[in-house]
Design a protein around this ligand. Structure first.
Ligand code: SF4
Length: 390
């Protein structure tokens, strides 16, 4: 597979996303492996100051306008209203948001307040994503989450009153002990709130989490067959309720898909600010240092201490467009992929045709799409695609 094009050529008309990582949480959930810690006033001030310098530096990378903004974490809503205003001021100061189509902020039910939401709305935030995880009190406690079901309802009412364009709820499925009845009850509860979008993440046991320690001690067991059954129940149920699956873990009412996430899965460009934030820009990929002190010191010296810095090859890009594209319901048009990368894609055909033979995918003209069975094996299919010799 050879191409005269470079990844930089492929990105020339790509929309740009801006991700801001807020590395603070009130406490650590048992399943969490994200970079976060409990903050104090001094640390929040240091974060905002370093983030401003980082934004100033990153702005020099491009004249592109920002199409989507996403504040994730951590828990952005743990910041006080004044801090949120400062963070929003940094985004507005250094980036042109004239073409911005979507601005998402992740919030937690226990830390969001009406005044924080009002402030976010006035900054131009369009989409709130709330980490509910479950409506079952026992499951919430088991996960080490700090909020109650009442707090979820209270927060949701506040979000609705503020009139954001879209609201997403995050749910976790296949938590140890969860059966189909529990899960469907959780979904019913979520849908009663009428969110525009639902993200349903299968629990993963990441190293260095409480949950992983329990797995190691034999307190939990992984049961892939049960997980597949639960996935299928969720997908069937949500589809019947008018939420279309547009990616393995994501469902939306018509017109409510997350533009930021779609642009990421399509392998467009994004710049990430804050400790541990990743970027894909100008034919390169890098991740900011996840260690707060090292991240801050690097920014202060105008020499960011990035990890995993790499120059993208056209083959890397094609692999990832296929891997992430196959996780979407739209699938991947080989014609479009060939045009975007300038590559002869023949080397992928044996793997893709094998997926069709194994009844995991179907061809629709030049587009390949995973079917239900294929989506259940999307992770393993990604690994197979990575093994294709470039
Ligand atoms: S709120 Fe989110 S980021 Fe914070 S500890 Fe829990 S799962 Fe991790």
């Amino acid at each position: 597979m050879t191409s005269k094009q470079t990844p930089v050529d492929c990105f020339s008309s790509s929309p740009l996303g801006l991700y801001v990582h807020v590395p603070f949480c009130a406490t650590t959930c048992d399943f969490c492996a994200f970079v976060q810690s409990k903050p104090n006033r001094k640390q929040i001030n240091r974060y905002l100051s370093a983030l401003k310098s980082e934004a100033r530096h990153c702005k020099t990378l491009t004249k592109k306008t920002v199409h989507t903004v996403f504040w994730g974490g951590g828990t952005p809503s743990i910041l006080l209203p004044d801090d949120l205003r400062t963070l929003g001021g940094i985004v507005h100061e250094y980036w042109d948001l004239g073409d911005c189509q979507e601005w998402t902020v992740e919030v937690a039910p226990a830390s969001v307040t009406p005044s924080k939401l009002k402030g976010l709305k006035s900054l131009g935030v369009t989409r709130i994503s709330m980490g509910v995880q479950s409506f079952d009190p026992a499951t919430l406690e088991e996960m080490g989450r700090l909020h109650s079901v009442n707090q979820i309802h209270r927060a949701y009412d506040w979000i609705q009153s503020e009139g954001f364009e879209q609201v997403n709820l995050d749910l976790i499925i296949a938590f140890p002990g969860q059966n189909e009845d529990h899960l469907l009850k959780d979904l019913e509860h979520a849908l009663a709130l009428k969110p525009d979008h639902l993200s349903t993440y299968c629990l993963t046991f990441e190293e260095d989490t409480q949950l992983y320690a329990k797995l190691q001690k034999g307190e939990y067991k992984i049961d892939p067959e049960k997980e597949a059954d639960l996935y299928t129940s969720v997908w069937n149920y949500l589809e019947k309720q008018g939420y279309s699956q547009y990616e393995v873990s994501n469902f939306a009412k018509p017109g409510c898909q997350s533009i930021h996430n779609l642009n990421t899965w399509k392998m467009h460009e994004w710049i990430g600010l804050g400790p541990s934030a990743s970027s894909q820009f100008g034919g390169k990929r890098w991740t900011q240092n996840p260690d707060f002190e090292k991240w801050e010191q690097g920014i202060a010296k105008a020499q960011p201490t990035c990890i995993d810095e790499s120059t993208l090859t056209i083959e890397d890009l094609a692999n990832d467009i296929l891997i992430f594209g196959l996780r979407t319901i739209e699938g991947v048009s080989l014609k479009d992929l060939g045009q975007r990368t300038g590559m002869d894609l023949g080397a992928y055909l044996p793997v893709l045709n094998q997926l069709v033979e194994e009844e995991l995918a179907d061809w629709h003209g030049d587009t390949i799409r995973l079917n239900l069975n294929g989506r259940l094996k999307a992770d393993a299919i990604g690994v197979e695609i990575l093994s294709v010799e470039a």
